[in-house]
Design a protein around this ligand. Structure first.
Ligand SMILES: Cc1cc2nc3c(=O)[nH]c(=O)nc-3n(C[C@H](O)[C@H](O)[C@H](O)COP(=O)(O)OP(=O)(O)OC[C@H]3O[C@@H](n4cnc5c(N)ncnc54)[C@H](O)[C@@H]3O)c2cc1C
Length: 283
C-alpha cells in the first residue's frame, strides 16, 4: 500500500532535529523505519513530517561515560551493537539478545532507540533494559534529562519521550561480575515473544523483568524479595517463582491464553534467573 503524502527532513545535527520536532505538531522521528513505515502503510499513524535521524553521528556512537557506564546512542542498530567490542566487554547479554531479534534485515536497520521508543510490549529490549537498570537520556529544546528504565515505559506505544523531544542515548552499568539471563517462548525461531523474562544478579541483589504480560515490562518484585537472601539454588529459584503468575494480568490472544502466559511467566523467570546465577563471576 502506498504511503499518504508526508514531508521529509534530514537534519545534520541533534539540535536541528529537535527544532524541527518542536516546530511541527505532526513531526515524528524516523529511525530504522521498521515499525513507523509499517504503521503508516496500515494508516494507523499519519505523521505530517518525518525527521530522519540517519545523519546524526552522535546518536550512532557506542562508548563509555566518565563514570564507566556503557553508553549506546539511540541510532545504534542491533547489528552494530552485536559487533561492538565495548558491549562485548561491558554487557554481552545485550548483543546476545539483539542477535535473536527478527531477521538479518531487521537487525541491520532496526535501532535500539526505535525498539524502546515504540514501546511494543512484545519487543525484546524493554524488559532486558529494565532488568539491567538502564537509564535513558531525553533531549528537548529546554535541555536534557535522564530517567530510569522503570520510568521510561508508560504504555503500549507510549514512553516518557514527549512531543518535540528525542531519546539520545541509553546508559547501562557494566556487569562487574554480575550475571545476566534472558529466557522466554517465541512464535517460531526468530519470532516475537509470547512471554519473556530478563534477570540480573549483582551485588545489589536480583532484578527480574517480565515482557509480554502487560502494557509495559513488569518487575517481579515479590520473586526478587524472596531471593534477596542470596540463595540461587535451583530449589530456591523455583520456590521464589511460585505464585508469580497469579500476580499478573496478561492478555489473551491467538498465541496464548492469559493462564498460559501466567504459567510461562513463572517458567521464563526461573530460566532467566538460573542463567543469571550460572553466569555470575563469583558463582
Ligand atoms: C519483520 C519484523 C520482525 C520484527 N521482529 C522483532 C522482534 O522479534 N523483536 C523486537 O524487539 N522487535 C522486532 N521488530 C521490530 C524492530 O525491532 C523495529 O526495528 C523496532 O521496533 C523499531 O525500531 P526502528 O529503528 O525501526 O524505529 P522506527 O520504526 O523508525 O521508529 C519507531 C518509533 O519510535 C520513534 N523513535 C525512533 N527513534 C526515536 C528517538 N531516538 N527518539 C524518539 N523517538 C524515536 C519513531 O518516531 C516511531 O514512532 C520486528 C520488525 C519487523 C519489521
Amino acid at each position: 500500500m502506498l504511503l499518504r503524502e508526508v514531508d521529509y527532513a534530514r537534519p545534520a545535527t541533534v539540535e536541528e532535529a529537535i527544532s524541527l520536532l518542536a516546530t511541527y505538531d505532526g513531526a515524528r522521528p524516523l529511525a530504522g523505519g521498521q515499525t513507523i513505515v509499517n504503521v503508516m502503510k496500515a494508516r494507523a499513524a499519519a505523521p505530517d513530517v518525518l525527521v530522519d535521524l540517519a545523519d546524526l553521528a552522535e546518536l550512532r556512537a557506542i562508548g563509555f561515560s566518565s563514570d564507566g557506564l556503557l553508553e549506546i546512542g539511540a541510532m545504534v542498530t542491533y547489528a552494530q551493537l552485536m559487533g561492538s567490542s565495548e558491549v562485548d566487554v561491558a554487557r554481552p547479554i545485550l548483543a546476545e539478545v539483539c542477535s535473536t531479534i527478527g531477521d538479518v534485515q531487521v537487525r541491520n536497520r532496526g535501532t535500539v532507540g526505535g525498539n524502546v521508543c515504540v514501546s511494543d510490549p512484545t519487543n525484546h529490549l524493554p524488559p532486558l533494559l529494565v532488568a539491567l537498570g538502564a537509564t535513558f537520556t531525553i533531549r528537548g529544546e529546554n535541555g536534557e534529562r535522564t530517567i530510569s528504565a522503570d520510568e521510561f515505559f508508560i504504555g503500549v506505544y507510549m514512553t516518557a519521550v514527549g512531543e518535540g523531544e528525542l531519546l539520545t542515548r541509553i546508559a547501562v552499568p557494566p556487569s562487574s561480575g554480575a550475571g545476566d539471563g534472558f529466557a522466554g517462548l517465541t512464535i517460531g525461531r526468530h519470532g516475537t515473544y509470547i512471554v519473556n523474562a530478563a534477570a540480573t544478579i549483582s551485588g545489589d541483589g536480583v532484578r527480574i523483568a517480565l515482557g509480554c504480560v502487560g502494557a509495559t515490562p513488569v518487575r517481579a518484585t515479590a520473586m526478587e524479595e524472596r531471593l534477596a537472601g542470596g540463595d540461587f539454588s535451583e530449589a530456591s529459584i523455583r520456590a521464589a517463582a511460585k505464585g508469580l503468575g497469579a500476580l499478573l494480568d496478561p492478555p489473551s490472544d491467538v498465541h496464548g491464553s492469559a493462564d498460559f502466559r501466567r504459567d510461562l511467566a513463572e517458567v521464563s523467570a526461573v530460566r532467566a534467573v538460573r542463567q543469571a546465577a550460572e553466569r555470575r563471576k563469583d558463582a
